[in-house]
Ligand binder design. Structure first.
Ligand code: NAD
Ligand code: ZN
Length: 375
């Protein structure tokens, strides 16, 4: 017996292997102009019974538009219009979940999110919180969700964030802005209908589109880069260049930006974003600046980190005569500025991806303040 024990103790230790991410992908996707009209057929086999509704969470920009009449309402299905003026909050998710639970005896058959990143993130979170107890804020972080979400479908109506493919749903909580990152977060089904993005106003088209462009630049220039991320990132970057610098037809441009968003999202899924996103999180936390425009405001001043990326960004801005607001941080109190810097520096993986494992020796609070004051 002792001999056996000795043998085990003296066995050479196993080499510790790198642990690679086992990343869940959206299992089903439809792409094509007008594919929105397939939604009814797609949902039919997912309906548990006539008492278990499909809940549609729809960006209120579509209220009183023809899109509403194309939503395949059946039985006691419910449509909820939600404003995307502010980024989604954990309290908003909690309120939606309570409303659904109070109104229906049964759990819904599914949640369908129709809109931009805001509505897509809200829909993912509601689907998770319908089966996991407590407030959404409890699940902000990594792999804290223990039960599968209910069936959820994402239908983007503006392109760029990659929220349609991602494993996260970014929420503003009581104490922090952080995603619910889990294997249960990605959509079960995505419908990519480029025609749905027709009504997007130009500035917003640029800001959300640049989110995708910045995902590519940060992923491709980061230390976490690998062949998986590179293959998606390069494709997305090429598509962005076509969309924002070439003269494509509107229809071609919508198609390509929708696919750029998808590929950009896939690229960061297996790497990470970088300096622009870290700084943009601070802006958003303290001033409520939205993700797309926040990234642009920051990125224009990051030539030190992404020289080629920033040059091209400026070219795209000029090409589309985009003028970014100024003086955003000029009236900040010392305390607000400090919070902004702390929130940004807390995004450790983003900094590590951008600047490597010794990133702490390469950035300082003063450096961040200097950048923020330029905005
Ligand atoms: P958004 O959803 O905030 O919408 C921006 C504006 O565009 C809104 O006013 C909205 O009403 C309008 N809009 C959307 N579709 C339209 C259409 N077809 N016609 C006219 N107007 C339309 O925009 P976004 O940039 O897609 O999303 C930003 C959000 O996404 C942020 O909350 C951010 O945190 C989140 N995000 C999530 C991820 C993720 O992986 N989960 C990644 C990046 C960003
Ligand atoms: Zn982003």
């Amino acid at each position: 017996m002792d001999e056996k024990k000795d043998l085990i103790l003296n066995m050479p230790k196993k080499r510790v292997k790198t642990s690679y991410k086992n990343f869940p992908m959206v299992p089903r996707v439809v792409f094509g102009k007008g594919c929105f009209d397939q939604l009814g057929d797609i949902l039919l086999p997912k309906r548990k019974n006539s008492e278990a509704p499909i809940i549609y969470l729809v960006d209120d920009v579509f209220e009183n538009t023809s899109l509403v009449s194309r939503i395949p309402l059946l039985f006691n299905d419910k449509m909820v219009f939600i404003s995307a003026d502010e980024e989604p909050k954990t309290l908003q998710v909690d309120a939606l979940v309570s409303m659904i639970k109070e109104e229906f005896q049964e759990l819904p058959s599914g949640i369908v999110g129709i809109g931009g990143g805001t509505l897509l993130d809200l829909s993912k979170a509601v689907a998770i919180l319908l089966t996991n107890v407590g407030s959404a804020s409890k699940y902000q972080g990594w792999d804290l969700v223990s039960k599968p979400a209910i069936y959820h479908v994402g239908i983007p109506t503006i392109s760029g964030t990659g929220a349609e493919v991602s494993r996260t749903t970014v929420l503003m909580g009581p104490s922090r802005k952080l995603g619910i990152n889990s294997d249960y977060t990605p959509f079960d089904q995505v419908l990519l209908d480029p025609d749905l993005t027709k009504g997007v106003e130009k500035q917003q088209w640029f800001y959300t589109g640049m989110d995708c462009y910045i995902h590519c630049i940060e992923s491709l220039n980061g230390t976490y880069i690998n062949a998986f991320s590179q293959s998606y990132g390069e494709k997305a970057l090429d598509l962005c260049k076509e969309v924002f610098l070439d003269s494509l037809s509107p229809s071609e441009s919508r198609d390509k930006l929708m696919m750029a968003s998808w590929h950009g999202g896939m690229s960061i899924a297996y790497s990470q974003v970088g300096v622009a996103h870290a700084l943009s999180y601070g802006l958003s936390y303290v001033l409520g600046v939205k993700h797309g425009i926040g990234n642009c405001l920051v990125f224009q001043h990051l030539e030190e980190y992404y020289p080629e990326g920033v040059t091209l960004f400026r070219k795209m801005m000029n090409h589309h005569q985009i003028i970014l607001p100024t003086g955003i941080c000029s009236d900040l109190s010392e305390e607000e500025m400090n919070t902004m810097i702390s929130v940004s520096l807390d995004m450790e993986p983003l900094w590590e991806n951008a600047l490597g494992p010794t990133w702490k020796t390469k950035v300082s609070r003063d450096k961040l303040k200097e950048i923020y004051l330029k905005i």
